[in-house]
Design a protein around this ligand. Structure first.
Ligand code: ACO
Length: 428
């Protein structure tokens, strides 16, 4: 195979080198396209064919249903590692040994208080505020309390900013939920594991001891691992592009949280449960909603189905489906909404519209079901996703900074009016 791609524009030929990844993915390196051709660019709305970077963090093959973090299969990591180990792996590239993991955790614990003034900011939000908006604002506000996190010119400064945010976001997540529920803000317990501590901070009641449930702990740990990275998706690209201006880590993450909020991305897990509840209210008529989803004149889509990259079963969905079944059985949850979910899943998997378009249930279809079974309020689902995605966003931001990537600045093809004279207001 040639190692060059040949392009003909207006009778002239141009050659561009091919780049090959370690998993043999091939790209055309068009860095010199504009300068060589005198201004020609590529056009690819939604970036369906465009690589924005070279990355060594996550590999996924949507056709084959493969997902690996730093070379390790997601199935193996979900089964054998815990979330903090996976976070370290994603961010720093290797699985930590026991001593390194211990130090990493201890550094996080040392940063696990947030400035008390932050409570005033949370207080100012109405109780009804969507937790994703609150979390994005608080994450950004953290910069004001930790200004040194912005200048990350050394690896040490970067490390400090990273452990700081890994420590503080769980507190913000818990407080965001507690505010909605009218519960007092509490701090965690540094004697607990990272995820154990998150559960305690979220669910602890002021008048009783919080007892950990190993099934809940295991399910949440797995969910966080499965969400921890997914290469250059909408929110991750947002984090990288925001950070490429050398804005600090915390505000870059805040931008990522905002991008994740949308129902076509992380917000789908909330949208799934809302859709299932609507179907329940509508006498559980799944057939009607299947028909709506297939009707091209109806904007309705079956939430939790389809994926931009996976045109095969999402490997994470397979693991989560199993976990959802276990959690529901172990906790003895009986919920009509979950029955509707099972019915819808079966119908869609057998329906030619969904089969032909390779629309399978995605990770959000099942994660919403588990979060609901764990007693997490629906509006908090995407916040939980943010918590899981945190190490991935950090890893991608760190990689972008270490590789000294240029500021992100796409081009456009202008389709507006050409030059025209100004018309005074009385003549318009
Ligand atoms: N319900 C009904 N039809 C669908 C659905 C759906 N959920 N998803 C895609 N289709 C159809 C489209 O109408 C289109 O049909 P056509 O070829 O006849 O025009 C075809 O399948 C391809 O769809 P696209 O929109 O081109 O696929 P794309 O890759 O752009 O979109 C997306 C992927 C946004 C995830 C889409 O499948 C969707 O909207 N799903 C529902 C929302 C959702 O679950 N999002 C979570 C994604 S996972 C995540 O972010 C973690």
């Amino acid at each position: 195979m040639s190692d060059k791609a040949r392009l003909e524009i207006n009778g002239k030929f141009y050659e561009f080198p091919l780049v090959k990844g370690t998993e043999n993915e091939i790209g055309i390196d068009i860095k010199t396209l504009r300068s060589a051709t005198g201004g020609v660019i590529t056009l690819d709305p939604g970036y369906k064919n465009t690589g924005s970077c070279e990355s060594g963090i996550t590999f996924l093959d949507g056709e084959k249903g493969i997902l690996r973090y730093r070379g390790y299969d997601i199935e193996e990591l979900a089964d054998k590692a815990d979330f903090l180990e996976v976070a370290y792996l994603l961010i720093f590239g290797e699985l930590p040994d026991a001593e390194t993991l211990e130090k990493f955790h201890s550094d996080i614990k040392n940063e696990s208080l947030v400035d008390e003034e932050l409570k005033k900011i949370i207080d100012a939000f109405p109780k009804s505020a969507h937790p994703m908006g609150v979390l994005a604002s608080l994450t950004s506000a953290l910069t004001a309390f930790n200004p040194s996190s912005v200048n990350v010119d050394s690896e040490e400064a970067m490390y400090n900013a990273i452990v700081r945010i890994l420590a503080k976001i769980p507190v913000l997540v818990a407080w965001t939920m507690r505010k909605r529920q009218g519960l007092p803000f509490v701090y965690g317990d540094n004697s607990l594991g990272y995820v154990e501590n998150i559960l305690k901070m979220m669910f602890q009641k002021p008048n009783e001891e919080y007892v950990q449930n190993p099934i809940v702990l295991d399910a949440l740990d797995k969910l966080l691992i499965l969400h921890a990275d997914h290469e250059q998706n909408c929110s991750t690209s947002t984090v990288r592009i925001t950070g490429s201006s050398h804005a600090g880590l915390f505000v870059s993450l805040s931008a990522g949280i905002s991008a994740l909020w949308g129902p076509l991305h992380g917000g789908a897990n909330q949208a799934v449960i809302e859709m299932l509840e609507n179907i329940k209210e509508d006498d559980g008529d799944t057939k009607k909603y299947m028909a709506k989803a297939k009707d091209k004149n109806d904007p309705f889509r079956l939430m939790g189905f389809g994926h931009r990259v996976y045109k095969n079963f999402d490997p994470r969905a397979k693991i989560i489906k199993k976990s959802a079944d276990e959690v529901l059985a172990d906790l003895g949850v009986e919920d009509p909404v979950l029955e509707i979910a099972k019915g819808l899943e079966k119908e869609a998997l057998e329906d030619p519209y969904f089969v032909d378009r390779k629309l399978y249930p995605n990770v959000d279809f099942y994660s919403g079901i588990i979060y609901r079974a764990l007693g997490i309020p629906t509006e908090m689902f995407t916040v939980m996703f943010s918590l899981g995605r945190l190490p991935g966003w950090i890893a991608q931001w760190r990689e972008m900074r270490l590789r000294k990537e240029p500021i992100g600045r796409p081009r456009q093809i202008y389709i507006g009016k050409t030059h025209r004279p100004f018309i005074p207001i009385e003549k318009r």
